[in-house]
Design a protein around this ligand. Structure first.
Ligand SMILES: [Zn+2]
Length: 353
């Protein structure tokens, strides 16, 4: 690194550093914020000392701006060769530049199998994103035809900001050890935000690369998708949070996929868990007054105007809570209109009252 800021003394109230500037957060670990053209305006990537060079953890969005920043980083800042790519999950802000970087430097890509296959699938079959089953999915849950059209054509556009993946990869499996430089990391995978997201924990130095599974300020999006309309990703997410709560101690430095590094993962995990419980309570309360579709619940739970991408996130996030509550027997479907699903609190049989 020819120029860098050094945060030798971490506090949880530090200000966000400028975009595209490498920050050494501890010896051999470099944090870089890359811009995103979305409401969430940046993603964090990391360089991790890997002996002869740097391993790259996540890559930024696969767009021209990010590629230009990478070119500057490689020309002016990164002083040793890249050794490999580690990609936490298939979302384009994390995986976007992986194909380009891997091809440039002939780098191996380390990923979980589900995330690799999902990304390959989207890249090879991008037309599937505006296919008929997506329209049916939104319409059935009450989104009007015009909004459905906008969500299907614009809301998924970000999924195309990728540069592909090489045809082979190094598979990361939950419970594996990954040695980078002198550090030994535990590979942990968790579902909910994406199906098999990889996070890394170095117990010796209390370093936790949390990807999007545990973020300091925002609650990671947990969505039901049209491909698995009856899926229960919120259950996967809460299960993953509970597991991480047992592993990550309060004094570990959490290096997340968005936002600032922070400490005290266990308390943040409790907040995230409570947030989802509160959302379930809100949905239940809304369905007590009258049967509600997922689309009808969106403005009751999200009070700000939403663009097509945010509408698709909000819609699918509410459905994640609904599917969990259906599984738990807290709500059930109500027959109020043909072709439309609405929900009401589950009637308790009289002999159980
Ligand atoms: Zn992300």
């Amino acid at each position: 690194m020819t120029t860098r800021l050094v945060y030798s003394d971490f506090t949880d109230s530090m200000l966000a550093p400028p975009l595209g500037v490498p920050i050494e957060v501890m010896p051999g670990i470099v944090w870089i914020r890359l811009a995103l053209p979305f409401a969430l305006n940046h993603v964090n990537i990391y360089l991790i000392d890997d002996g002869e060079g740097w391993a790259v953890l996540d890559t930024g969005l696969g767009d021209q701006e990010t590629q230009d920043v990478w070119k500057t980083l490689l020309a002016d800042h990164i002083d040793r060769p890249l050794t490999r790519l580690i990609v936490t999950h298939f979302h384009p802000d994390h995986i976007g530049m992986a194909g380009w970087l891997a091809a440039q430097f002939d780098l191996p890509v380390h990923m979980s199998e589900t995330e690799y296959l999902l990304s390959r699938n989207i890249h090879l079959d991008p037309g599937a994103l505006d296919a008929e089953h997506y329209r049916r999915f939104y319409l059935r849950h009450g989104l009007d035809a015009e909004t459905t059209q906008r969500v299907v054509t614009q809301g998924h556009a970000y999924l195309r900001f990728v540069t592909g993946l090489p045809p082979t990869f190094e598979r990361l499996v939950d419970g594996d050890r990954l040695t980078l430089g002198g550090r030994d990391f535990q590979v942990i995978t968790g579902g909910g935000h994406s199906p098999e997201q990889v996070v890394l924990y170095c117990a010796a130095e209390r370093i936790f690369f949390s990807a999007d599974q545990v973020l300091s300020k925002i609650s990671p999006n947990v969505s039901v998708t049209a491909t698995i309309p009856n899926g229960n990703p919120l259950n996967d997410y809460l299960r993953s949070l509970a597991a991480l709560g047992e592993i990550i101690p309060a004094d570990a430095l959490v290096l997340p996929g968005h936002g600032l590094p922070f400490h005290n993962a266990p308390s943040r995990i409790k907040e995230l868990t409570a947030h989802h419980q509160a959302r379930c309570d809100q949905i239940l309360a809304a369905c007590v007054t009258e049967p509600r579709s997922v689309a009808e619940l969106v403005p009751l739970l999200f009070h700000r105007p939403l663009d097509p991408q945010q509408t698709s996130f909000a819609f699918s996030e509410i459905l994640a809570h609904v599917n969990l509550m259906l599984r738990k027997g807290q709500i059930e479907t109500a027959d109020t209109a043909p072709g439309l699903v609405r929900y009401v609190p589950r009637a308790v049989p009289e002999n159980r009252v």
